[in-house]
Design a protein around this ligand. Structure first.
Ligand code: HEM
Ligand code: NAG
Ligand code: NAG
Ligand code: NAG
Length: 322
């Protein structure tokens, strides 16, 4: 009887497990076999127009995944301005990331209408921009469905902030099933792209009661940043986050951290904390281990809160629910 009960439980668990659709690398092999080539072509074309395609698309993927899961909820445009993309955290999401996904979706729809989700197109595009700017390429998992929820009020608290402590950062990544190691690795995304001065000005001008300038900043770098970002600057001004090789997806970000040139507190704490410092040291001197770790961490990021099977929908227009 006892044995029988256990068997039923095991069988039930197997059925539930088996019924739960999973992401897979060849999800569209019959329904849209060329999807990856089509997306890549659209991404390459966009990249040939502007490099911003790279950081904009990568950051868009990260913000999408951390709010409601990787379900293209970030893409929704609301006539009343209350969608996820309208949250203040998204104010600085570059339009070129949205445009990349919209263009890629149009190209995919022309060949395989109504089959490929916007969430998957964003995941493929994020993989492609990394590879096209000198980073590693990796097989991307597919089969995500597009979400039905996108509200600006659901963003606060889900995205990490540049002034966050190590523990707060680690907690917010943990919530998304990502480890400290994944967090250090994915933060390497800051090897490309820009930050607006307002996101780190406090470190230059009003750090705390004893230090006007954040003492963890290299003093020469701090002076350069003050020149680029004078007090009362134009809020549109943005600076490269990786001062060494801003347009290459390489491991320079980690060398920046070791020399006090992390842009945000959230970057610099990774070089200071005993749990992350060894990882930073390894990536700084070992580009190959950064590349392979980044590929694996992107795959894990891409599994965050995904909808599969009959959940959600395949949006026809990424910016609107069907
Ligand atoms: C660890 C916590 C993180 C924090 C606190 C953080 C915060 C920020 C902030 C404040 C900016 C500047 C936005 C602006 O002023 O325009 C930024 C830019 C960026 N972030 Fe992060 N980020 C984090 C992790 C990540 C991750 C995991 C990725 C992707 C793997 C990523 C990719 C980017 C990219 C590519 C940019 C440049 C965007 C552009 O140039 O358009 N970030 N981040
Ligand atoms: C200011 O920051 C420094 C460096 O992080 C720290 O040692 C010091 O205790 C802080 N002072 C105050 C008043 O918070
Ligand atoms: C984290 O993993 C657990 C167990 O697999 C899963 O139930 C949960 O939905 C995941 N959370 C996210 C945000 O993906
Ligand atoms: C790119 C984009 O849609 N940014 C929006 C982010 O949110 C602010 C409001 O908080 C909008 O004004 C931006 O247009």
């Amino acid at each position: 009887m006892e044995m029988c009960g256990r068997l039923v439980v095991v069988l039930l668990m197997m059925m539930v497990g088996g019924g739960e659709a999973q992401l897979s690398q060849n999800f569209y092999r019959f329904s849209c076999p060329n999807v990856e080539a089509i997306v890549r072509q659209a991404v390459s074309k966009k990249l040939s127009q502007t490099f911003v395609t790279v950081p904009a698309t990568l950051r868009l993927f990260f913000h999408d995944c951390f709010v409601e899961g990787c379900d293209a909820s970030i893409m929704i445009q609301s006539p009343t301005g209350d969608a996820e993309k309208d949250a203040s955290d998204n104010l600085s999401l570059a339009g070129d990331g949205f445009d990349t996904v919209i263009k890629a979706k149009q190209a995919v729809e022309a060949t395989c209408p109504g089959v490929v989700s916007c969430a998957d197109i964003l995941a493929i595009a994020a993989r492609d921009v990394v590879a096209l700017s000198g980073g590693a390429s990796f097989p991307v998992e597919l089969g995500r469905r597009d979400g039905m929820i996108s509200f600006r009020w659901r963003v606060p608290g889900n995205l990490p902030q540049p002034e966050f402590s190590f523990n707060l950062l680690a907690w917010i990544f943990r919530k998304n099933n990502l480890s400290v190691s994944d967090m250090v690795t994915l933060s390497g995304g800051h090897t490309v792209g820009f930050s607006h001065c307002s996101r780190f000005a406090k470190r230059l001008y009003s750090f705390n009661a004893t230090n006007r300038v954040d003492p963890s900043l290299d003093p020469v770098y701090a002076r350069q940043l003050m020149q680029a970002c004078p007090q009362n600057m134009n809020p549109q001004v943005a600076v490269n986050m990786d001062p060494i090789t801003p347009n290459a997806f390489d491991n320079a970000y980690y060398r920046d951290l070791l020399t006090g040139r992390g842009m945000f507190t959230s970057d610099q704490v990774l070089a200071a904390h005993p749990l992350s410092r060894p990882i930073v040291n390894n990536f700084a001197s070992n580009p190959g281990s950064f590349s392979s770790a980044f590929s694996a961490a992107m795959v894990r990021l891409g599994r965050t809160g995904v909808k599969t099977g009959k959940q959600g929908q395949i949006r026809r227009d990424c910016t609107r629910f069907n």
